[in-house]
Design a protein around this ligand. Sequence first.
Ligand SMILES: CCCCCCCCCCCCCCCCCC(=O)SCCNC(=O)CCNC(=O)[C@H](O)C(C)(C)COP(=O)(O)OP(=O)(O)OC[C@H]1O[C@@H](n2cnc3c(N)ncnc32)[C@H](O)[C@@H]1OP(=O)(O)O
Ligand SMILES: NC(=O)C1=CN([C@@H]2O[C@H](COP(=O)(O)OP(=O)(O)OC[C@H]3O[C@@H](n4cnc5c(N)ncnc54)[C@H](OP(=O)(O)O)[C@@H]3O)[C@@H](O)[C@H]2O)C=CC1
Length: 515
Amino acid sequence: MSSVSEWYMGKNVLITGATGFMGKVLVEKLLRSCPGVKALYLLVRPKAGQSMQERVHDMLKCKLFDRVREDNPDFHQKIIPISSELMQSGLALSPADVEKLSSCINIVFHCAATVRFDEPLKHALQLNVIATQQILALAQRMQHLYAFIHISTAYANCNRRHIDEVIYPPPVEPKKLIDSLEWMDDAIVRDITPRLIGDRPNTYTYTKALAEYVVQQESGRLNIGIIRPSIVGASWQEPFPGWIDNFNGPSGVFIAAGKGILRTMRASNDAVADLIPVDMVINLTLAAGWYTAVHRPKSALVYNCTTGGINPFHWGEIEHHVMSTFKRNPLEQAFRRPNANITSNYLINQYWILVSHKFPALIYDLFLRLSGQKPQMMRIFTRLHKAIALLEYFSSQDWEWNSDNMNMLMNQLSAEDRRTFNFDVHQLNWPEYIENYCIGTKKYVLNEDMSDIPAARQHLRKLRNIRYTFNTLLLVFIWRVFIARSQMARNIWYFVVSLCFKFLSYFRASSTLTN
Ligand SMILES: CCCCCCCCCCCCCCCCCC(=O)SCCNC(=O)CCNC(=O)[C@H](O)C(C)(C)COP(=O)(O)OP(=O)(O)OC[C@H]1O[C@@H](n2cnc3c(N)ncnc32)[C@H](O)[C@@H]1OP(=O)(O)O
Ligand SMILES: NC(=O)C1=CN([C@@H]2O[C@H](COP(=O)(O)OP(=O)(O)OC[C@H]3O[C@@H](n4cnc5c(N)ncnc54)[C@H](OP(=O)(O)O)[C@@H]3O)[C@@H](O)[C@H]2O)C=CC1
């Protein structure tokens, strides 16, 4: 057995955010690659009419856990859900649960956060900062705790171009901010938010930066590791390629492009797309947990978990591979043929939004109205434009992250650990990864069947024929309305046609001469 999984043997692990995208992968990997782990305590809240037990039960039934289920059908016995609402005082934990956790937990992974970019500041502060303080306070009471791993983001300091593996001074003293916001009503907080977040793009990155500082300040004698992943995408290899379960980050953009809805977006072709597969992030997280517990670094170690400095890939290349994958493996019931282009030019982007988004949406909604149905396309585009406006900051520029600690950690692993907990981003073959990612969005986010691909292709052919017919009708219409009615337009038209004719004759003559 590898030394990392050996270390987890007999350990009790506490995980927050286990029902989220990364949390689920963490739970799965721990159960599969560290079979000796004693128990996973998951802090979960009841939600949408489901108790926390029902939520965890549903989560464990999902396809992600198929491999674990094969290895050990009774794996759920190691999962112990604990009811907890992180936004409430004391994390809404019962005294008995506090007692239990304090006496048995050996390692904490704090993943829970709000990752929404439009979260009101008070809410983001409550969850990303105050809840982190409370988890730290709980961790201080744990008698057998070896390590505390906090999941941050590589964009916590996105107001800097070069980001080292250090905790930067916070934009404001968190305690002062918490005290001030307490008495302000929501409207005032909304008004002052842009001033507070300053040169950061949203409340998410701002509060994640504050959380890192809080972890540093309030860690006391805990052994701390901070993981800063960049844009976390579908799995690379484990438990199977392409697993993804949400619309966050690029996934929603890929899906919207595959459905033929998104045709243009502001992004820089040459900017590095710092994507990192979720399984690599989780492998690094587990290895960092082991390292922190065994080596007990004197101060918190920060791991920039990024790809750009080691194996760069660019948004322009991503666009190419996403489009090519969705043309070969179309999504069902596409609105138009997939054909998205990115541009960094504001005016060109606005032009294509008008021509390729708003105009087709208007026509389609008109068609829906005329056929007695409710118009919906304009509404969908309004939401899409809101979402991509929030993402463009990250796709239009690049950053440089130092990844010395990630390299150091890799060098600390045995050959077997490096295979089992692989986070060597050199090994990523981007075209293959992007193809699996896109197919993953089709299979696991949209729940579409791969056997329906011939029908989806047929649908794309139908859309192409509709487009040809529409363009022909448009040309005839323009001719009838403008050209046939005005002498001047006719003259211009004849001039253009004769120019084309002359050009063709010249081209034919010169090609005959060269032959
Ligand atoms: C081919 C082209 C190539 C293009 C290349 C360019 C790609 C650029 C991509 C850049 C990504 C940069 C990400 C940077 C990440 C920073 C890393 C992190 O730390 S943090 C981690 C990253 N964090 C994030 O990424 C958070 C970003 N997301 C948000 O902040 C919010 O979701 C929102 C403000 C966008 C929408 O809020 P709101 O209007 O209240 O809507 P709700 O949320 O309630 O969802 C409503 C419905 O819409 C669904 N859906 C959601 N998103 C998208 C989408 N993008 N699209 C489509 N659909 C989407 C959603 O599932 C739901 O469906 P249903 O349940 O109703 O069926
Ligand atoms: N996804 C990404 O691209 C990146 C993510 N990260 C970081 O990774 C971590 C995990 O992100 P990700 O998995 O994508 O996020 P998700 O939104 O998928 O998951 C968030 C988790 O936090 C839990 N949570 C939220 N609010 C509460 C609450 N009030 N009480 C209890 N639990 C709560 C959610 O539980 P529930 O199911 O009940 O809502 C969920 O389990 C975060 O810290 C994020 O900042 C960093 C970089 C990139």
